[in-house]
Design a binder for this molecule. Structure first.
Ligand SMILES: *Cc1c(COP(=O)(O)O)cnc(C)c1O
Length: 523
């Protein structure tokens, strides 16, 4: 058995896929098949031992529960095992390479986590008075300073909770600026390669969406865009680098045309990881841009919400930034929460959410910035681009890269032409990656190429781990093209679950467990 330090998994001779000899227990090695907690719980079992409650008279006004609440009954070790087993079915950036494009799944440094858990930050209450939270407010102020410096923009709104929420914040600021000019402009231009959140946000904010086509080289068609500009256009929403992993080289010209038409330039900053520290969006003529702290500044992508998508604003939009506003005066820092008591010259459009934002994410992002320094942030961007180009150059002879003639930015885009006639689809290819121990890349996005496979390795992968990944994808592509398609049909074979019926799952999702429906629900 040969052990190559670059390979992530060593397959010993004599290894048999489990299907050939099912286990007696139904478990697979130390990976347990786990039922729903309601199925393993028993009536009458509990993990806690509390004394009976002595209540003379209830004060529930007849509203008290008459039947058992139906919680699953388990002992404490059973509960712990249940959740630990489930957690082992998860794939995470801490378990392996996560090549999703358009997501920037980079390492979450442990230093960030340590800082976020400092009691002064971790235990902070959002309603604590400013006198007790000066340090936290100063941290937010420092983070704002980093974000405005790195982007070359004068202002930043910190409260949006994610990239998409930031888009909404930017468009609401744009709408307020247009209203302040006494105009109504109902239309927003969005390139066809845009992330789905862009048109969704524009529609949600009450605008109509007009699509701008892409050129054969994967960039937005600047001439087509200019032709669509007019007095009814409020803004364009452009991603740069775009979702094909390409820099929009005509961006300054586009910004000039947009401003000449009286419109604003919203930039989707999700791909800032490719240019942070090298390019200042403010120098390109951008009016508003969200920054996904969970993409560029290494905060974790959480289940249930990434947490922070600050929006930097140009001088034209800065007065309309939402409350709360962070101000500093001789008495220290304070938050302005009342829209009738805002500093002179500001006209907040309203507010995005209850509090000032996600403190835990702010601490992590600033910790990342301070530990890297400005030169380190720039180095991270350069390495992210280098890694993506290494992937592109190493795979484009066996996979097909529609825009692979020149270099890419932080992500490498392939289409499915190399699979033509093999019977293997992008979906099969991606699912077979799971059997190889890799999370699939982004599939079928962006929509401008057929059967897209978008790979973003990020700067935090070593050359060894990239080589191992490239080796697997090359072998898979060569096998598919040689007609050896067994590993693709029905993949994944080795994951806790086989290929799911995704149409049924989307059309008839089983979202709720009901005791009576157990047989169907478990299917
Ligand atoms: C991730 C992403 C978004 C949305 O950001 P969230 O933080 O997930 O809401 C928008 N646009 C692009 C290009 C993205 O990659």
């Amino acid at each position: 058995m040969e052990i190559d330090p670059n390979r992530r998994r060593v397959t010993a001779p004599g290894y048999h896929p489990p299907e050939e000899l099912p286990t007696i227990s139904g478990d697979r090695g130390l990976d347990h098949e786990e039922k729903l907690i309601f199925e393993i719980g028993r009536d009458g079992v509990t993990g806690v031992d509390l004394p009976n409650v002595q209540v003379a008279a209830t004060r529930l006004g007849g509203q008290q529960r008459r039947a058992a609440i139906g919680l699953p009954g388990l002992s404490e070790p059973e509960v712990i095992r249940h959740y630990v087993r489930l957690s082992r079915m998860n794939y995470a950036i801490d378990s392996g390479l996560y090549p999703l494009g358009s997501c920037t799944m980079k390492h979450n440094p442990r230093l960030n986590e340590k800082m976020a858990r400092l009691p002064g930050f971790g235990d902070l209450h959002p309603l604590a008075p400013a006198s007790a939270t000066q340090g936290a407010l100063e941290l937010i102020s420092q983070l704002m300073n980093w974000l405005t410096q790195l982007t070359g923009m004068p202002a930043v709104a910190m409260s949006p909770k994610a990239g998409a929420h930031g888009e909404l914040c930017g468009l609401l600021a744009i709408r307020a600026a247009i209203q302040a000019r006494g105009e109504t402009r109902p239309r927003i231009l969005v390139p066809e390669s845009a992330h789905g959140t862009n048109p969704a946000t524009a529609a949600f904010a009450g605008f109509t969406v007009d699509e701008v086509p892409a050129k054969p080289d994967g960039r937005v068609d600047a001439e087509a865009l200019k032709a669509k500009l007019g007095p009814d256009v409020a803004a364009i929403m452009l991603t740069n680098p775009n979702t094909c992993g390409l820099f929009e080289g005509e961006i300054i010209e586009i910004a000039k045309a947009v401003h000449a038409a009286g419109a604003y330039f919203y930039c989707d900053g999700a791909n800032f990881n490719a240019i942070a520290g090298r390019v200042r969006p403010g120098d390109l003529g951008i009016d508003a841009m969200h920054i996904n702290l969970h993409k560029t500044f290494s905060t974790p992508h959480g289940g249930g919400g990434p947490g922070a998508g600050p929006v930097v604003l140009s001088a034209a939009l800065a007065p309309f930034a939402p409350i709360p506003l962070l101000v500093a005066d001789k008495n220290g820092f304070r938050l302005v929460e009342d829209s009738n008591a805002v500093p002179a010259g500001t006209k907040p459009f309203g507010r995005m959410c209850a509090f000032h934002g996600q403190m835990g994410m702010f601490v992590r992002a600033l910790s990342y910035m301070l530990s890297h320094g400005r030169d380190g942030v720039r180095q991270a961007s350069e390495d992210a681009v280098l890694s993506a180009n290494y992937i592109l150059a190493s795979l484009k002879d066996v996979m097909t890269a529609p825009f692979g003639d020149g270099p890419c930015m932080h992500e490498a885009l392939f289409d499915d032409s190399f699979l033509e006639g093999t019977g293997v689809t992008t979906l099969d290819f991606a699912k077979a990656m799971i059997d190889e121990g890799y999370h699939p890349m982004t599939m079928y996005f962006p929509l401008v190429v057929h059967g897209a496979m978008l790979i973003e390795p990020t700067e935090s992968e070593s050359k060894g781990s990239l080589d191992a990944f490239i080796h697997v994808l090359r072998e898979m592509a060569l096998e598919a093209k040689a007609g050896k398609t067994a590993r693709f049909a029905g993949a994944p074979r080795l994951a806790p679950r086989r290929r799911l019926d995704e149409t049924q799952a989307a059309r008839k999702p089983v979202l709720r467990w009901k005791r009576d429906e157990l047989p169907q629900a478990a299917e």
